[in-house]
Design a protein around this ligand. Structure first.
Ligand code: PMP
Length: 351
């Protein structure tokens, strides 16, 4: 080999995020972003932000935002860990808690970043099949494992499980860390929050990218026992102490403190979701029940890839995963009523 260093380079199949179109006129329904702007307080923070403060490093624990989140969830600030988007929090959690030789378990159809982190950090892993309706088979997790990751509700299927099912999962997995990824929980699912007091091995991960309209700022957080949060802090400080910048801490706090705006935008998205589901069913789509800000759908006559390509030509971007079991499905993020009406009109013309 004439370039021996190549043998030492890391080879990995990365996660592929939804396309960010560059054209001016498009409808973007491919990354589960929020169609509404962040809370009004966010604009106020940005207008009055003291730029001189950027000369200093940020507060590495993000105390102001930690306190705001602790108040909102009725827990101690020492039970809150902040990161640069929940992808950062999840990646650190995989490194912090999945150090066993046994495989970690997660659903076979789920957030496609999980297997990528397992490969990156060399964590053994096994996928537990969802049933035919894409529901979680909780008994599939009753076996020796090095940890469990369950998104609730799941992505890209949109289905959720009740808090009783989550408690059952925790009771059968007391010897490992159980991560519940609640990226979409604010659109109608039950949070595992009431179980935090009882289960020291439970870590809940949430994000401000979806229900708080802050995908561009990158804020995620974990809620858990002090044992888990202290471990995350230590691993973070062994890697990069300042994952959240000063601006993100201030903006995140403003977003968390506006409960009324948060509730109203979530309510609107849920209403648009149900309207869109009905309209898609009328066009011959099978629409799975969703507790998220997206719909997982399949057409009874047309191939998913054909519909995807057609919409893309019309500058409407949705998501298609060419993966086993779901290669005839489409994931459609819920936008505004106007955006969804436009998509339905274009589909009607096509079908
Ligand atoms: N978990 C799930 C299930 C997701 O779909 C996403 C969004 N791609 C994330 C976590 C990460 O979101 P973020 O890094 O923007 O917080």
């Amino acid at each position: 080999m004439d370039k021996p260093f190549l043998a030492n380079l890391r080879k990995i199949d990365p996660y592929v995020p939804g396309e960010q179109p560059q054209s001016a006129d498009f409808i973007k329904l491919n990354a589960n972003e929020n169609p509404y702007p962040p809370a009004p307080g966010v604009r106020q923070v940005l207008r009055t932000f003291d730029t001189d403060s950027l000369a200093l490093y940020p507060d590495s624990t993000g105390r102001r935002l930690q306190n705001a989140l602790a108040e909102r969830f009725g827990i101690k600030p020492t039970q809150v860990f902040l990161g640069n988007g929940s992808d950062d929090v999840l990646a650190l959690s995989f490194q912090s808690f999945f150090c066993s030789d046994k495989p970690i378990l997660y659903p076979d159809i789920t957030y496609s970043f999980y297997p990528v982190w397992c490969e990156l950090f060399r964590i053994p892993h096994e996928a537990v099949p969802l049933d035919e309706d894409f529901c979680v088979n909780i008994r599939g997790y009753d076996r020796p494992n090095g940890g469990v990751v369950l998104p609730n509700p799941n992505a890209p299927t949109g289905r959720g499980v009740s808090i009783d099912v989550l408690e059952d999962l925790l009771q059968h997995n007391a010897d490992c860390v159980v991560i519940i990824d609640e990226a979409y929980v604010d659109f109608g699912a039950q949070s595992a929050l009431p179980l935090l007091d009882q289960y020291e091995n439970l870590l809940i991960v949430q994000t401000m990218s979806k229900s708080r309209s802050l995908a561009g700022l990158r804020i995620g957080y974990a809620l858990g026992s002090e044992t888990l949060i202290n471990t995350l802090e230590a691993v973070k400080n062994a890697y990069n102490s300042y994952t959240l910048d000063t601006l993100a801490i201030a903006v995140g706090e403003a977003a968390v403190r506006d409960e009324a705006y948060f509730r109203e935008t979530c309510r609107r998205i849920v209403a648009t979701r149900e309207r869109t589901a009905d309209a898609l069913r009328e066009l011959g789509f099978v629409v799975h029940p969703s507790l998220t800000n997206f719909l997982f759908v399949m057409h009874t006559k047309k191939d998913a890839s054909v519909i995807f390509d057609f919409l893309r030509q019309k500058n409407i971007y949705i998501r298609y995963f060419k993966l086993p079991r779901i290669d005839n499905y489409l994931r459609v993020t819920i936008g505004t009523d106007e955006q969804m009406d436009r998509m339905i009109a274009v589909l009607k013309e096509f079908l």
